[in-house]
Design a protein around this ligand. Structure first.
Ligand code: AP5
Length: 193
């Protein structure tokens, strides 16, 4: 068993997972815990750059076979990191043109060996508003019904991962204006004093 505590934080795009993870890292570092934070999509992007992909929103449009190669390389690189606590920002699934594709299939979670998997949630209206406010990204145009479907699939995949990995799972609602409270609640659930 690995001595690194690996905490995977997932959530559908725009739910606020990056915001929450940054706050968690800040709290853990303030307690002098050696905490590292890695964005799975950024590690994939380093590899994708080598095959000419320029924008992270183009990765999910690549053929699944190519995304799969990038995914496997990223999981191996992330598994090499050895802080005391590793926060991993990633996705339960990617919405591709071929359908929903798992971001954490069995071989990837076997590599990452998570101790905890935390799903960040918010209401469909909040998620859509947050996606719209981020002008740096090229999001797919969807409505509340689609977001509800994504939230539903996320919960199903989360339960499956608990059974596959033995990691604890937790759902953390990130309602408007509550990001600090959510981060504190997660730190407390991790058993960090
Ligand atoms: P990634 O980089 O993770 O992109 P993303 O999901 O679009 O994530 P974002 O960081 O944009 O959204 P977020 O939910 O973190 O929201 P944020 O905190 O910014 O992934 C990029 C790509 O990598 C994927 O598309 C895929 O191709 C690939 N990838 C990744 N993992 C993979 C895997 N395992 N396998 C295969 N491919 C993979 O917040 C959004 C906004 O909301 C901000 O303006 C923020 O200020 C605001 N906000 C947040 N919380 C609150 C709050 N409580 N109140 C008010 N406003 C709030």
């Amino acid at each position: 068993m690995s001595d690194v505590r690996r905490v995977i934080i997932v959530g559908i795009p725009g739910v606020g997972k990056t915001t929450i993870i940054r706050k968690i890292k800040h709290i853990l570092n303030s307690k002098s815990l050696n905490t590292d934070y890695v964005v799975f999509g950024s590690v994939m992007m380093e590899e994708a750059n080598k095959i000419g992909v320029k924008d992270r929103d183009d990765m999910r449009k690549l053929p699944i076979s190519q995304q799969r190669k990038l995914q496997v390389v990223a999981s191996s690189k992330i598994a090499e990191k050895r802080p005391d606590i590793l926060l991993i920002d990633t996705h339960l699934f990617i919405k591709t043109k071929d359908g929903y594709w798992p971001g954490l299939p069995q071989d990837v979670v076997s590599e990452l060996k998570p101790n905890n998997i935390i799903l960040i949630e918010a209401t469909p209206a909040e998620i859509l508003r947050r996606r719209a406010s981020d002008t740096t990204r090229r999001r797919d145009s969807v409505g509340e019904k689609d977001v509800l479907e994504e939230l539903d699939i996320a919960k199903n995949m989360l339960s499956t991962l608990a059974v596959l990995t033995g990691a604890t799972i937790m759902c953390a609602p990130n309602f408007d204006g509550k990001a600090d409270d959510v981060a504190l609640k997660i730190v407390s659930a991790l058993g960090v004093k």
